[in-house]
Design a binder for this molecule. Structure first.
Ligand code: B12
Length: 220
């Protein structure tokens, strides 16, 4: 059954959505639970678009509404833990041809809250720029957020170019976003795939922890 919040988001009832979120946050409810209900609403908006019940205008309205909802939720997610204790470096990007960024932005926030240094390259990013940034910043992770099928080839291009430049083994590559599956991971040559930002954060935390243990044992 759909929650009231999910239903109102699907119906693009802006005022009801925002006032319910404010109310529930002020009562101390878990912000991630509220987020999940909003995300479910976005999936359903997507289904309506696919079934031609909604058109581009509704997609745009849903995007704006979700962004406003996130602006209310984010301050309740926690405190940034980076001071003097950066856990690792992450580059994030939505690759060429794709301008969806809502999922990427929430992942960036959650990573920062866990103490990661995040370089967000934005949307519609040229594969060569991603490769250049990896060379320059030498991150521990590269994360692609993908909502369109046309992103698969440019993401693969980046990973192939990283291999050619001898940089591939120095970082872990993640692909995420509603359209991705494990097949996308295999096709592009990434290390990890998810459609859940928290799983992505967990992957980064566990990988960094394992790296620290290897270093302590005198490994790489
Ligand atoms: C909102 C929306 C838009 C907004 C985007 C606003 C914005 N600033 O992002 C606008 C109106 C711009 C838009 C445009 C288009 N859209 Co659109 N859009 C959507 C919609 C409804 C919601 C996407 C969303 O933000 N979801 C909420 C976020 C939070 O979810 P998420 O991105 O999956 O992220 C979560 C996880 O996946 C994860 N995550 C995300 N990225 C990453 C990365 C890593 C590394 C990790 C670890 C985790 C992670 O974290 C998040 C939280 O858990 C989807 C439907 C859907 N089911 O997704 C269609 C959808 C993605 N759009 C679609 C289409 C077709 C388009 C257009 C081509 C429409 C058109 N005719 O112009 C254009 C494309 C423009 C372009 N060149 O990019 C299709 C794509 C189909 C396909 N097979 O490629 C979809 C699936 C709708 C559908 N069912 O047909 N869209």
């Amino acid at each position: 059954m759909l929650s009231n919040l999910t239903k109102n988001l699907v119906e693009l009832e802006r005022d009801q959505v925002l006032s319910e979120i404010k109310e529930r946050l002020s009562q101390g409810e878990d912000p991630m639970r509220i987020f999940e209900e909003c995300k479910r609403g976005m999936d359903l908006v997507g289904e309506k678009y696919k079934n031609k019940e909604y058109f581009l205008a509704e997609l745009m309205l849903s995007g704006d509404l979700f962004r406003e909802a996130m602006e209310l939720i984010e301050p309740f997610l926690g405190e940034i833990k980076t001071e003097g204790n950066v856990k690792g470096k992450v580059i994030l990007a939505t690759i060429q041809g794709d301008i969806h960024d809502l999922g990427k932005n929430i992942l960036a926030t959650l990573l920062k809250l866990e103490g990661f240094e995040v370089y967000d390259l934005g949307v519609d990013v040229d594969p060569d720029i991603v490769v250049e940034k990896v060379k320059e910043l030498q991150p521990d992770f590269l994360g692609f957020s993908a909502l369109l099928t046309i992103t698969f080839d440019p993401m693969k291009t980046v990973i192939d170019k990283l291999k050619e430049a001898g940089l591939r083994d120095k970082l872990k590559v993640m692909v995420g976003g509603g359209i991705t599956t494990s097949l996308v991971k295999d096709y592009t040559g990434a290390d990890f795939q998810t459609i859940d930002a928290m799983e992505g954060v967990q992957y980064c935390l566990e990988t960094i922890k394992a790296k620290v243990v290897i270093k302590a044992k005198g490994g790489i």
